[in-house]
Each structure stands twice: as C-alpha cells, then as structure tokens.
Write a protein that binds this ligand. Structure first.
Ligand code: ADP
Ligand code: MG
Length: 779
C-alpha cells in the first residue's frame, strides 16, 4: 500500500506541474479569464468550504452559470494544487449521453488537455477515459450499472448528480441508492445540481443538506403566444384537426386547404373547443397521438418556417433556437427549410441541429459564432433546455412539447411520445433567449394552452410503468422492491409497484419469492419493456431472430404505417398487401420493413414509402433500434455472430407466430364467429373492435380462434391495434397458461365468454400438440 501511496504522490506532483504550466500559458490565462467571468466563480470558495464540511450539498443556479463545467473542475483543481490530485476521483452524472460527451470535451479543453487525460467520459457502448482520468462525466445509467458490481463505489471521492430538477427515473433511482450508501462511506461527498429553485425538496431528502444558490442575471424576454405569432407572421391557419403527424403533413401538404386567417379570439375558441371535446383520460398515449386534438404538430412546420422567415427578415441580429420534440421532426424540418429561398441560403443562414444523436463535429459548431450577416438557427430537442448552453441566442421558438415516456395503465406499455411541457420547462426555454441581451420568445400555442400546463413535470418515476425499474432493483440485489421504492423522493403508488411485481412474476422474470430468474437477469439488460424483451429472447432461442427483432423494434418505436384521415381506405389496402393471408399486423410490419430495405438498396425508398403509406422516418428509427438491440444481445451471448445461424427458422411462419404469442400474452382476444360476421372479446373489456388499419379488420373470417395483441386503445369502445391470429395449441405451448396453477391445459380462465377447454391428458389433444410442435420445428 505504501508503494501505491508513493506512486500516487509522485503522480500528484506531475499533475500539479502540468496544471500550473497550462494556467501560466497565454491560452491558459485567456481561458481562466473566461472562466472567471462565469457567475459560478464568485461562489467558488464558499462551495469548496461547504463541500469540505458537509457530506451532501445542493446547488442551484441558472442554466449557463457554470455548474456542470466549473464546479467539478474547482474540486479537481484545488486537489491537484494541494498535491493530492491523484487521490481524488470525481464522477459527474448527466441525464443524456450527448451532454456527458459534450461537457467532458469542454472541460478538457478548459484544462488544456486532450480528452481522456484527467477528464474523460463514459456512456453506454462508448467512452474516453484513461488510467489518469480523475474527473469522469457519465450518464446516470452508467453509474447505476457500476453500482451493480461495486456497491460501495470504492475509490470514488465525489459524486455529482446533475440536472436533478428534471426528475428522471434514473436520477431518482440513483438518489435512493446513494442515500443508502452514504452512511457506509462517510468520506464520500455528494453534490446535487439543479437549474431551478426547488432545491429544498432535495435538501430535505438528505436530512437538511445545505443549499447554495449561484445568483445569475438574465435579460428580460418578451413572450409571444400563438395569437400574436399569427398576427406577426401573417400565417394562415388550417383547421386544427387535420394532420396528426409532422411526416404526414409533409406528404399531404399539397392537398391541404387553407382557410381564411382567423381573428385572435376565434382561434382561442377553436382551441378551447378542441381541448374540451377530447377527454384525455380515455386515450392511451398512442391514441392521443393519432386521434390528436389540438397540438402544434397540426400547425406543423409551415408555421415554424414562417416565424423563422419573420426573424430573418425583420428582426435584429442574434441566433435562433427552435425547440422541437425529437430527431425525426428536426431532420424533417431541416429538409424543408433547406429548400426555402431565404432560409436555405447558406450565405444568410447557418442551419444547425442539436439532438441526442448528432455528430461531435456538429456539436462544436453550435457554440461558435457565425460570420457577420449570417444568422445561426439551431433546431434542438429539449436537450438545449438546460444541459447545453448556446450563448448568442436572442430568439427562441417553442413548440410547447417534449417527448416523454408515459404510462399506459391499460396494458403496461411505455410510450415515448410528445406531450405538453410544464410551466417550469417553458420558463427555461424562454430564458435561453435572454443571456446576452433582451430577447424574444415565440410560443406556438395559445395562451389558454399554456395556462393548462402543469407547474412542474411529474417525476418520471410516477409516470412510467415500473416493470423495468423493478427488474433493475432486483438485479442490484438491494432487497425488497416495495421497501426500496418506498424510500424514493416521491414514492410511486403501492399498487403500481404491485402491478409491476405481479407482471414480472407472471412472465417468469421473478419467482414467487421475488427472486430474479435467469430470464429476469437477461431481461434486465435489455432497454425495452420486459414483455418485448422476452419476445426478443424467445426469437433468439428459437432461431427466428430477424423478424422478431423487427417486430420488437417496431412495437418500441411506433407504427410505420401511416393512416391519413382522407386516405384511410387506400392506406388500409396498401397495408393489406403486406399481409399475404397470415392474419398478422406484426408479420405485415416485417414484410414492410424488409421491402423498405430492398428498396433502399435499389435507391427507390422514397417511392416505396409513398406508394405504401409508410413513414420513412419511423422505418429509419426501427432500423437503428434493431442494430442497438442486436448489439446488446450479441454482447450478452444470446445470439451468434453468424446472422444465418440466428435465422435458421426465420422463414417458419408458425414459429414466428408462436414467439409473438409468447411475448404479447396475456394480451389476448377470442375470435367469435357468427353466421356472417365476426366479433372479438377480451376478458377485461368484453366486446372489442379492431383498429381500422389492422389487416385483420379486412377479413370476413379469421381461421384462428385467438388474436394476440400488443396494445389496446380506449376511445368509446376498446380498439385493438396490432394483432396476430394464433391457434389453441400455440396458446397452450407459448401462452404460459400451463404454469398458471389451475388445471393443466385449461384455458377457460383466460376468457369468460368462450367455452374453451383443452385437456392435455387426452390422446387427441396430445397428438394435436405434437403435430403443432412438429410444424413449429420444421426447418
Ligand atoms: P450550467 O451547467 O450551469 O448550465 P455550464 O457549466 O454547462 O453551465 O456552462 C457554463 C458556460 O460555459 C456557458 O454559459 C457557456 O458560456 C460555456 N460553455 C459551456 N460549454 C461550452 C462549449 N462546448 N463551448 C464553448 N463554451 C461553452
Ligand atoms: Mg449544466
């Protein structure tokens, strides 16, 4: 140990020399000047003292005041200066991988070093860190994973948890684990950082930890709501209910009818009516999306374009920041704007994007100032709300939505969909315009919509299904799930926890004593809902991986089949072409995806999507998620390197059908045939209908007694979205009914309406099952 001690001491001295050399160099001095100008600098000494005296502190301060880049740096600098640099190990978590990377890059530049020296980063599947890294920026997920194998965080001296105001599930989860760890690691320091002033909540959680606020200054920002924006831009509004998807608007733009511009108060009434007529509670997120009531998506890109034009033509110099919901929308708008005579002119406009999957080269451009007379326009996700600061922004365009996961209580499916932001988020967005001079903010929604915003966003822990989280808790081996979650900052409802445990037990991820099974261990590694994870693993085991991978990717993104209001029939017919009598929306998805891949190879992807009513962006997203999942499964050793061997049985339709059933069970409806018609029933809802776009809605009869479905949507009646027909025997073999504890093979309990009984002990049944199995295992 004393050898180790000596090595570290020597290393510490080297670090000090390097640091001093940089600080005394001309570039280093210039950098120091800049850093001293940040508001955080005035609190430096107070901060260092507070951290020395207290195990936990909570820091709040306006975005851009220097929390993320400066505070961890103050610690590493002062440790290095005192000759103890090599003994300190700082971890700073970020909610998003892109900010972990960007911030690490920035801090290493500020320290005059290449990335991966004293400052590094680590995010899932990627990292830049070396043996000399003493300040590590990582995602909260990475730190949670590290805690799996290193419960005491040995060797770590400081943990910063950044952006806690966002209340992401991983951050809330991390806080429970760290709170538990602190008494065991008295020397460990925990620093929580937040961009808003709700620091008390966190301080109380840690027994009254001291709070430090970094005072900042912002210029006033003038707010324009939709009413004013329409006035300013002279934009003509179409009806509110026409378009339900950015992509669709692009496709159907030519057919859109412009109605005369409405007067301010008429617009407000129109919006209020639209909001009144749609009772949100009845919709699952996806239905809310497709049956959309008023949303800025309806107005879409054209209004954003009009606002950008107005700013470029009439307003003073200054960068523009546009908040959109996601990468798909951003790339779509970018295409549209590039074709615009003014906005697409590179001599006048520098068009940049800022989102989770942007290239590092593009990241740097965001912070640079454009040449004079060129206006910088940045299309961003809510990443630019707090984690990334662009200094020269004077104009903000806010579409009012952000993607958030929502809990679909009906069937436990988490969805990542755009929803309204909170008042707090809106203030954050607006504030981005006032950093260097007074600014302007254009909100693309009426004031009455803003009035209905929640004050703060609900913590993610309270609005997502807990299935995946409970699995993770179990794999952390920290005892009972319910007990663990009851110590959260805002604990989820006991019923939600019970639901999750019940579900995990039923699919076999947990045993009846709440112990993790082998299946559960694998499911914990997959970033999807456990039921889709199970389908994926079954696809791997049964060697029909590719089609199942496509289905799981599709179900975890969204439906690529478009359903334009005025072309429902044509769209339905186009989709049915992919079904080839297999009575399955899931198989149709597989065929559509594969056709798209072929079309891409031939350079005809655009026509292909157009002809078949498919969304190219969604297919692209499915494509990239597929890659991600297969990487993880390869990593876990669940599939081979060899694509062919994973797909030996992929052409076997019955088998793929069985695997679909194994994942979607107990989402199951019985098919009731009458003389001339056919209806569907589920145990919980009674009569249900099929979604208009389902291939199964087009048949007179379906030669299967059951449909398995991934999602049901409640409007007036319950609608089943995607479904696949399955036989009795497949249900018995793959539905998990055998282990349900009642009589073997007795499926009656699944459905209160149809007498269905299969006694496994009879010869007839035995031979039926055997026949089915033979069919399934056909090469
Ligand atoms: P906070 O975490 O408080 O929001 P940061 O520490 O991220 O603030 O940023 C502090 C300041 O550092 C910003 O206002 C900005 O001026 C500057 N800055 C941050 N990242 C970069 C970068 N990559 N390039 C140039 N300047 C940056
Ligand atoms: Mg920050």
């Amino acid at each position: 140990d004393s050898v180790m001690e000596r090595i570290l001491q020597r290393r510490s001295l080297q670090l000090r020399n390097m640091q001093r050399t940089w600080q005394e160099s001309p570039e280093g001095r210039k950098m120091l000047e800049f850093r001293k100008s940040l508001p955080a600098f005035s609190e430096k000494e107070r901060l260092l003292q507070a951290i020395a005296k207290n195990q936990v502190i909570v820091i709040s301060g306006e975005t851009g005041c220097g929390k993320t880049t400066q505070l961890p740096q103050y610690i590493i600098e002062s440790e290095i200066e005192s000759g103890r640099g090599a003994f300190c190990n700082i971890i700073c978590t970020q909610p998003r991988r892109i900010s972990a990377m960007a911030v690490a890059e920035r801090v290493s530049t500020e320290r005059g070093e290449p990335l991966g020296e004293s400052v590094g980063y680590k995010v899932r599947l990627e990292g830049m860190k070396g043996k000399n890294t003493h300040l590590l920026f990582c995602t909260s997920g990475i730190l949670l994973r590290r805690l799996l194998s290193d419960r005491n965080l040995n060797g770590v001296t400081h943990v910063f948890v950044d952006e806690i105001h966002e209340r992401g599930m991983n951050e809330d989860f991390l806080l429970i684990v760290l709170k538990d760890l602190l008494p065991r690691r008295r020397d460990l320091r925990l620093i929580l950082m937040s961009a808003t002033l709700n620091a008390e909540l966190f301080s109380n959680y840690f027994g009254g930890a001291p709070m430090i606020h970094i005072p900042g200054f912002t210029y006033p920002v003038r707010a324009h709501f939709l009413e004013d924006v329409l006035e300013i831009t002279g934009y003509k509004l179409t009806s509110f209910n026409q378009i339900d998807d950015y992509g669709q608007e692009k496709v159907w733009k030519t057919q859109k009818q412009l109605v005369p511009r409405k007067k301010k108060n008429q617009i407000t009434t129109l919006v209020e009516d639209a909001l009144k007529n749609s009772s949100f509670e009845n919709y699952t997120p996806r239905a809310r999306d497709s049956l959309s009531c008023w949303s800025p998506d309806c107005i879409g890109f054209n209004l954003i374009e009009a606002v950008l034009c107005h700013i470029c033509r009439k307003e003073r110099p200054g960068a523009v920041l546009v908040f959109m919901t996601g990468w798909e929308d951003i790339s779509c708008l970018k295409e549209q704007v590039k074709a615009h005579p003014l906005l697409g002119d590179p001599n006048r406009v520098l068009l940049l994007t800022c989102h989770g999957s942007m290239a590092t080269s593009e990241q740097k451009l965001i912070f640079e100032r454009p040449p004079p007379n060129v206006r910088k326009i940045v299309l961003a996700t809510n990443m630019a709300e707090a984690s990334i600061t662009i200094n020269d922004v004077v104009f903000v365009v806010d579409c009012g939505k952000a993607k958030e996961t929502t809990y679909d209580a009906l069937n436990n499916t988490p969805c990542l969909l755009p929803s309204w932001i909170s008042k707090a988020s809106m203030r954050q967005r607006r504030g981005r315009a006032g950093r260097v001079q007074p600014g302007e903010c254009y909100h693309l929604y009426p004031r009455c919509v803003y009035d209905a915003f929640a004050d703060y966003q609900l913590p993610e822990l309270l609005r997502t299904p807990l299935n995946s989280l409970c699995l993770q808790i179990k794999s952390l081996q920290i005892g009972s799930i319910a007990e663990f979650l009851s110590s959260a900052l805002q604990p989820p409802a006991p019923l939600a926890v019970q639901n999750a445990i019940g579900f995990l037990t039923r699919i076999g991820a947990l045993d009846e004593n709440e112990h993790l099974s082998n299946l559960g261990r694998y499911l914990a590694m997959l970033p999807v809902d456990p039921k889709l994870g199970k389908m994926l693993i079954m696809g791997a085991i049964f060697r029909c991986f590719d089609p199942v991978l496509t289905i799981v990717a599709g179900l975890s993104v969204k439906d690529p089949f478009l359903l334009p209001q005025d072309k429902k029939d044509l769209a339905g017919i186009a989709k049915a072409r992919f079904s080839a009598k297999d009575y399955s929306d899931h198989m149709a998805l597989v065929r559509a995806y594969e056709g798209w891949k072929d079309a891409e190879r031939e350079g005809s992807a655009y026509e292909y999507c157009w002809r078949n009513f498919l969304s190219a962006q969604t297919l692209q997203a499915i494509h990239s998620i597929r890659k991600q999942f297969s990487f993880i499964l390869k990593d876990a050793g669940l599939i081979d390197e060899d694509v062919r061997s994973n797909n030996k049985l992929s052409h076997n339709q019955s088998l793929v059908r069985a695997v679909i059933c194994s994942g979607l069970f107990p989402g199951i409806a019985s098919v009731v045939h009458r003389e001339t018609s056919m209806s569907f029933k589920t145990k919980d809802d009674g009569q249900v209908l099929l979604y208009a776009n389902s291939v199964n809605a087009r048949y007179q009869t379906i030669p299967y007694p059951w449909l398995v479905f991934g999602e049901k949507v409640k409007v007036n009646t319950v609608l089943l979205r995607d479904s696949t027909g399955v036989s009795d025997s497949i249900l018995i073999l793959f539905g998990g009914a055998l282990s349900s504890g009642t009589q073997p093979g007795h499926l009656k309990m699944l459905d209160g309406y149809v007498e269905f009984f299969m006694d496994l002990n009879t010869a007839e049944c035995y031979s039926k099952l055997k026949e089915e199995l033979d069919k399934l295992l056909q090469k």
